[in-house]
Design a binder for this molecule. Structure first.
Ligand SMILES: Cc1ncc(COP(=O)(O)O)c(C=O)c1O
Length: 362
């Protein structure tokens, strides 16, 4: 459901998105940057971002689920779409019919592909240390590659791996690179796409590699990073709402569910129509929002559709409150909630409309 009637929205700055994409491209000269637009483009709105990047010439995209891939396919017929998550064997036909490139992540799907007469395009995933999807054993991988390449109906278009620690543990990271490189060196006919880097690896290391053809850019496309220092990227999403009511409390008046907050005098409370069902989870209690360039505290218990902000006389009905994306950043919220920026943006729920803006030139 998209609610365009309530003054709560996520502003998505496409100009910033393009800036971030271009910064990543500088790190991967002569290579392609694959935007990762799974999970509704990390909460930013997969369809408009898909269309926007396509208009700018991007032709290859990555998602996680078959559902996500099919949603994109309905919109654009000729973009390449890689599904990175596990495809069920019974869904090979759907992948083939819709020209979805999928991942061979395990032996049963490999065997099913080998038996199939469908026209299939796939990428082989190497598990180089993360112990998630992918094949591990080098000898087996070499055989799988040549067997897939021997079948006329199968296009083994790519081979890839994923890093567990690009942002935090160099030794572990480089062990993964070495394992991947060793395997690639043993493959006689290399698939035409070789991709490893996520955001952190793209900005920190990709220039070192002459054997890859693509990088997969997720979080930093959206202007966020776990690296310190951060690359030259700009956050794309701001989460906003408008004050819909001001309540005046007097000494001892209570506020909200559980009556947990009690006024300690004459207080002004601004009510924002945004709550935990929008992604402003209850743990944000005691955090702040920005109104008129000032920080104000969230008080009382956050409701499903509303929250309470302790303000002063300068705040009025209709004023815009920025939950994050102004003086309060996504990283501030992540710190407040003891999580990572990925979780903050992907938690903004579907009922918050995403408003695409193309801001001033950078
Ligand atoms: C296989 C794969 N590649 C690339 C990415 C993008 O990673 P990041 O968001 O860190 O750039 C992800 C995200 O989780 C992923 O699962």
């Amino acid at each position: 459901m998209i609610n365009h009637y309530r003054p709560t929205w996520a502003e998505i700055n496409l100009n910033h998105l393009w800036h971030n994409y271009s910064e990543a491209k500088k790190e991967a000269p002569n290579k392609e940057v694959i935007p990762v637009i799974k999970a509704n483009a990390y909460g930013h709105g997969a369809i408009p971002i898909f269309k926007f990047l396509y208009q700018r010439g991007v032709r290859f995209f990555a998602v996680s689920l078959l559902e996500e891939a099919l949603e994109l396919r309905k919109v654009l017929n000729d973009a390449s779409i890689l599904m990175m998550g596990p495809l069920l064997i019974e869904d090979l036909q759907i992948a083939s019919d819709n020209r979805i490139e999928f991942t061979i992540y395990d032996i049963p799907i490999y065997e099913a592909v080998m038996k199939s007469n469908l026209k299939l395009t796939c990428h082989l995933k190497i598990d180089s240390g993360m112990s998630r999807y992918g094949l591990i054993e080098p000898k087996m991988i070499i055989d799988v590659v040549s067997n897939l390449q021997s079948k006329k109906n199968i296009d083994l278009k790519g081979i890839y791996t994923h890093f567990a620690t690009a942002n935090e543990n160099e030794e572990f990271y480089f062990n993964q690179v070495i394992r991947m490189k060793n395997i690639l060196d043993q493959i006689k006919v290399k698939p035409r796409m070789i991709h490893m880097s996520n955001s952190s690896s793209t900005f920190k290391y990709e220039k070192k590699y002459d054997f890859t053809t693509h990088v997969r850019l997720g979080i930093s496309l959206y202007g966020l990073s776990l690296d310190d220092p951060k690359p030259n990227i700009i956050p794309v999403m701001s989460l906003k709402s408008k004050v819909v009511q001001i309540k005046e409390l007097h000494n001892g008046d209570s506020l909200g569910y559980g009556a947990t907050y009690k006024a300690k005098g004459h207080e002004f409370i601004a009510i924002l129509p945004i709550g935990y069902a929008d992604g402003l989870i209850r743990k944000n209690k005691n955090g702040c929002v920005e109104i008129n360039s000032k920080k104000y505290k969230i008080v009382g218990i956050i409701c499903m559709d509303a929250c309470f902000i302790k303000v002063d006389e300068t705040v009025h009905v209709g004023d815009v409150a920025t939950i994050f994306g102004g003086i309060i950043t996504v990283d501030d919220i992540a710190k407040r909630l003891n999580t990572i920026n990925y979780e903050v943006v992907t938690s903004v729920s579907n009922r918050v409309p995403r408003i695409m803006v193309e801001g001033a030139k950078i």
